[in-house]
Ligand binder design. Structure first.
Ligand SMILES: [Zn+2]
Length: 175
């Protein structure tokens, strides 16, 4: 690239790496975490969304042994794109880098509810760090799946299920 282009590209990268555009106001505040909705997935547009997000975060924090202070001051962005910006990893569907970004798509299929997304996984990084996924709970998730099961999801046809698929959250230890 020419030196002239460099500042512009760096700016674009900085925007892409951050869930929110500069000056964008959060759509919600949940217990001190700023929530940005950059998705038109139906579940994000529902009146119950803020409450569903809060109760999903609560269940995730319980699973990981964390508290709301682990999320306070962070942002949580829901992105309509299949992949989210993450440390230069091209195929991330969720990311924690101090803030949480999650895709509302599971590789092409739009999730029907927030509980199904990678959120529970990323909350684990907010609580534990553990980027290498050494904690055995990264391969479990039974109790939090049970806590979040049986809720409603939303599709173009109206109300549908919200099936929790634990392997969306599971990650074996990195070598
Ligand atoms: Zn992870």
């Amino acid at each position: 690239m020419t030196p002239r282009l460099r500042p512009l590209l760096l700016t674009l990268f900085a925007l892409a790496a951050c869930g929110a555009s500069p000056g964008q106001k959060p759509d919600y505040e949940v217990r001190g975490a700023a929530v940005f909705v950059n998705s038109d997935a139906l579940f994000t547009q529902r009146e119950d969304f803020r409450d569903r997000l809060e109760s999903t975060l609560e269940a995730a924090l319980t699973y990981w042994g964390g508290s709301w202070s682990d999320l306070a001051g962070r942002s949580i962005s829901l992105e309509g794109s299949t992949f989210v910006a993450c440390h230069g990893v091209a195929s991330a569907t969720g990311c924690f880098d101090g803030n949480i970004r999650i895709s509302t798509n599971d590789l092409g299929r739009t999730f029907s509810c927030v509980e199904e997304t990678e959120l529970v996984h990323e909350v684990g990084h907010a609580v534990l760090g553990d980027a290498a996924h050494r904690d055995p709970r990264w391969m479990d998730f039974g109790s939090v799946a049970q806590a979040l099961s049986g809720r409603a999801g939303y599709s173009g046809a109206g109300e549908t299920g919200c099936p929790i698929i634990e392997n969306v959250w599971q990650h074996p230890p990195d070598l």
